[in-house]
Design a protein around this ligand. Structure first.
Ligand code: ADP
Length: 485
């Protein structure tokens, strides 16, 4: 498979600076491993501040011309890139499964989803309209122009090796910005293949650069540069806070997609099948490793037992294994630390009185495979419901009234996604309005799409990605006053 990807020209193992494939200046490398087998897939450069500064200079030079290219041209480049991503979706999906572990079908789904941002923003590139404002004085004309913010530093995580990049780079390029991408060191190969396709699509040298290696050094170079006008980040809340603080020195714009603690509320009046299917999708997608995964399944007392039984049955059917094996829907966790974290959370819950209905331990496959798990009698004091689990563990909490459900759901510093299941239309509206979250799924567990705004409130982040609103984060408004008219 690796040989096949290499032949296809999609196994790139160097950074990209100013259009040139580049090694670390001191020749250092880091290994990229397959989480399902532990095997080394490739060595990639371990870069730091020097390479990052050069990537920033390249992006800054390229900005001078890319920001002046017509919207039609930028749109065409993005559309060609989209076509290339789609025509290589099998290979890109294989790369994702290789380095990230998710089942191949889900990985190819990520390619389609990831590419959709490039398609969508290829279209949005042509709709960056300004405004004309009625003037307060007769001899004046007031206008608003929208201009690209400049060089963008984009730092992305391992759980969606492609989509987290395209969701940032799509609107950045559409608006005329240039980008230095720092993918996760655990999943850089997908990012490199994607920018190779961008290169083939005619996106000019320096518009997209990729560095990877020593994350804090790369981060410091991006933060310290006054040429970098914006940081866009998806990852942990802790790192997001550091980047926000570090952006203060040069007053950068900041967009953050941070951790969630999604409640999934099942009311007595929900359709049981819809609730089981929806919460299963919301919980177990990517083996629970997404920031919008249901972290707490909060179930009303009248339906609790029925739901717990039906949900556990559905979870029992989830096949665990190597993402390349037919029928597998749950891959490995990303690494040993992720499994240890899940084990710690589960132990804490058990020691405080929770009951394991299913799973609750490592899978017999070994490595970083963990059994899909359901735990009942969880309360909001357990770590399971305080922190993001990022693993295949579904905690069930019990509630009595609608007010209780809302209080439990909002009792967290996170505010990304929430899900509710009910057949009462008034309740669905009331609860949706009361939830302190950026996204709400009503009777649906999989809600992300390129056409809708994705983002959190409270400590889950700043800004929105995707949709027409996703352009705003990459555009500055310039007010122009024409006098003596
Ligand atoms: P996760 O738990 O999802 O790995 P992280 O926040 O640790 O979340 O990682 C998300 C991205 O942030 C990765 O690309 C990682 O390398 C990067 N990162 C981690 N620490 C820093 C830092 N100090 N400066 C810049 N980037 C960082």
């Amino acid at each position: 498979l690796v040989a096949h990807l290499r032949t296809a020209g999609l196994l790139k193992t160097q950074g990209l600076i100013g259009g040139k494939w580049t090694d670390a200046y001191d020749g250092k490398t880091i290994q990229v491993r397959n989480p399902a087998t532990g095997e080394v897939i490739a060595d990639v450069p371990c870069m730091g501040g020097k390479e990052t500064n050069d990537a920033i200079s390249s992006a800054h030079d390229a900005f001078q011309s890319w920001s002046k290219v017509t919207a039609t041209e930028r749109s065409k480049c993005l559309r060609t890139w989209y076509d290339l991503l789609i025509s290589h979706k099998e290979e890109l999906g294989q790369l994702i499964t290789l380095e990230q572990g998710k089942p191949l079908k889900e990985a190819i789904g990520e390619v389609t989803y990831g590419a959709s941002f490039i398609e969508f923003f290829a279209e949005e590139a042509r709709r960056i309209y300004g405004d004309i404002i009625p003037a307060t004085l007769g001899d004046r004309r007031l206008l608003v122009l929208k201009q690209p913010v400049g060089v963008v530093g984009a730092i992305t995580p391992w759980n969606f090796p492609l989509a987290m990049i395209t969701r940032k780079v799509g609107p950045a390029l559409a608006s005329g910005c240039t980008v230095v991408i720092k993918p996760s060191e655990m999943t850089p190969l997908t990012a490199l293949a994607a920018v190779e396709l961008a290169r083939q699509a005619g996106i000019p040298p320096g518009v997209l650069n990729v560095v990877m290696g020593n994350a804090p050094d790369i981060g410091d170079a991006l933060l310290g540069s006054s040429q970098v006008r914006k940081i866009t980040f998806t990852g942990s809340t802790a790192v997001g806070k550091k980047l926000m603080a570090g952006s203060a020195g040069t007053v950068k714009r900041v967009s953050l997609e941070l951790g969630g603690n999604a409640p999934c509320i099942i009311f007595d009046d929900a359709d049981l099948d819809v609730a089981v299917k929806g919460s299963l999708g919301a919980k177990f997608r990517n083996s629970g490793q997404t920031c919008v995964c249901a972290n707490r399944i909060i179930v009303q007392e009248g339906i609790y037992d029925k739901f717990a039984e039906a949900f556990s049955k559905a979870v029992q059917n989830l096949q665990v294994g190597n993402g390349f094996s037919e029928g597998v829907v749950q891959g490995p966790l990303i690494n040993e630390a992720a499994v240890q974290k899940v084990e710690k959370f589960v132990q804490d819950a058990i020691s405080k009185g929770a009951k394991v209905l299913l799973g609750g331990k490592r899978h017999s496959l070994g490595m970083t495979f963990y059994e899909p798990t359901v735990i009942s009698d969880v309360n909001n004091e357990m770590i399971l419901s305080r922190e993001e689990i990022f693993g295949p563990v579904a905690p069930l909490l019990r509630f009595k009234t609608e007010e209780d459900a809302i209080r439990i759901a909002n009792d967290t510093n996170a505010g990304l996604a929430a899900y509710i299941f009910t057949n009462n239309i008034q309740r669905s509206w009331r609860v949706t309005e009361a939830l302190e979250y950026g996204l709400v799924g009503v009777n649906e567990g999989l809600i992300s799409t390129e056409v809708a705004p994705f983002g959190g409130v409270k400590q889950s982040g700043l800004g929105r990605e995707g949709s027409k609103y996703g352009m705003d984060d990459f555009l500055e408004l310039k007010y122009v006053c024409l006098g003596d008219m």
